[in-house]
Design a protein around this ligand. Structure first.
Ligand code: ATP
Length: 316
């Protein structure tokens, strides 16, 4: 029995400790990178049961990805291995604290071979929330079909759908991205765009207009991520800003959005009011940017509670 089901590619991530152009880097610690598994790991750390599904290469990197995610307490029992393609890789280059580039070696990867037939409907049916991102449908036509099928299954069995657009223009054309992200947003219960993603999807400029235009139906919620400013809530009955938490030093901006999504999903499962849910998600996002790596900063419930205490930033 799982609470949350998510689908997406996780690659082996080579992230140097050094801030330098990659041509001058000679040591690459081996980690994992994938938005959906980051969210899954975030949820697991917050005490929820979560299943992550992907296709991995039958190779040492695929085994490393599986063991790492399993080791974080995520159910990987539905994952498949293939000998037809390798596990995808990615390299991160950090030139300054806020200037991070990624280099993908993921075209035609094992994950891009996922199809709708790989989905286990009975398994998805027992969970409460489906989490999808705009990355998976960008990987291939069959991945797009798999995401649409997962959404169909979720609707059939009464799951809530949480959608993080996660725009990646290295993976597809602008027009296709815009069409598909809007198509999925139209099916989602909760949409979690960054402001730039919302602007891209709607062609609107200001925060309120973007949110209004994304929430096409009254029962849709948009929570817009605003970096250090926090987030903006748009529901039928509530429109409000929830300020972010101060961060002493931004060490690595990547992964904040995934931690934020884990916080939102955790709050949804606990049926807390939106203000409280978003405040907690903001805290998690702030904790993630304070630590190098996508998953290292993902907190337990106790550590978020500690971080959210009002006098936290006066201590030291
Ligand atoms: P990602 O880089 O992971 O794709 P994103 O663009 O999806 O992130 P952000 O808006 O950067 O999303 O961050 C998500 C949330 O994390 C924000 O809404 C905020 O709550 C928190 N956060 C991010 N950056 C900071 C910061 N510098 N200070 C405080 N909180 C932050």
């Amino acid at each position: 029995e799982i609470d949350v089901f998510t689908i997406g590619e996780t690659m082996v991530l080579f992230q140097p400790e050094q801030m330098a152009p990659l041509d001058y880097v000679s040591h690459f610690p081996k980690k994992i990178g994938g938005a959906e598994s980051n969210v899954a790991i975030g949820l697991s750390r917050l005490g929820h049961s979560v299943g992550w599904f992907s296709k991995l290469g039958e190779d040492p990197f695929g085994r490393f990805v599986l063991k790492t995610i399993r080791g974080e307490g995520v159910d990987v029992s539905r994952c498949r291995f293939t000998t037809d393609a390798p596990t995808g890789l990615l390299f991160k280059e950090q030139l300054s604290p806020n200037d991070v580039n990624v280099y993908y070696y993921r075209q035609n990867s094992a994950a891009s071979l996922m199809t709708e037939n790989d989905l286990d409907e009975d398994y998805i049916a027992q969970s409460k929330i489906l989490h999808v991102t705009g990355i998976t449908p960008a990987l291939s036509e069959s991945c797009y079909q798999a995401v649409m099928k997962a959404i169909e299954i979720a609707k059939k069995h009464g799951l809530k759908i949480v959608f993080d657009p996660n725009l990646r223009l290295k993976l597809w054309s602008k027009q296709r991205a815009k069409d598909v992200l809007n198509e999925i947003a139209g099916q989602a219960d909760v949409i979690l765009p960054g402001l730039d993603e919302g602007q891209f999807m709607t062609g609107k400029e200001n925060i309120e207009d973007v949110a209004k235009s994304l929430a096409r139906r009254d029962d849709q919620t948009v929570i817009m991520k605003l970096g250090s400013e926090g987030a903006y809530i748009h529901t039928k009955d509530e429109k409000s800003y929830v300020p972010g938490f101060p961060v002493k030093q931004v060490v690595d901006p990547v992964g904040a959005g995934d931690g934020f999504a884990a916080g939102i999903i955790s709050g949804l499962l606990k049926e807390k009011p939106w203000q409280d849910v978003v405040k907690r998600a903001n805290a998690i996002g702030a904790m993630v940017v304070g630590m190098r790596g996508d998953i290292e900063g993902l907190p337990t419930n106790d550590s978020v509670n500690q971080f959210m205490k009002p006098n936290q930033n006066q201590r030291d």
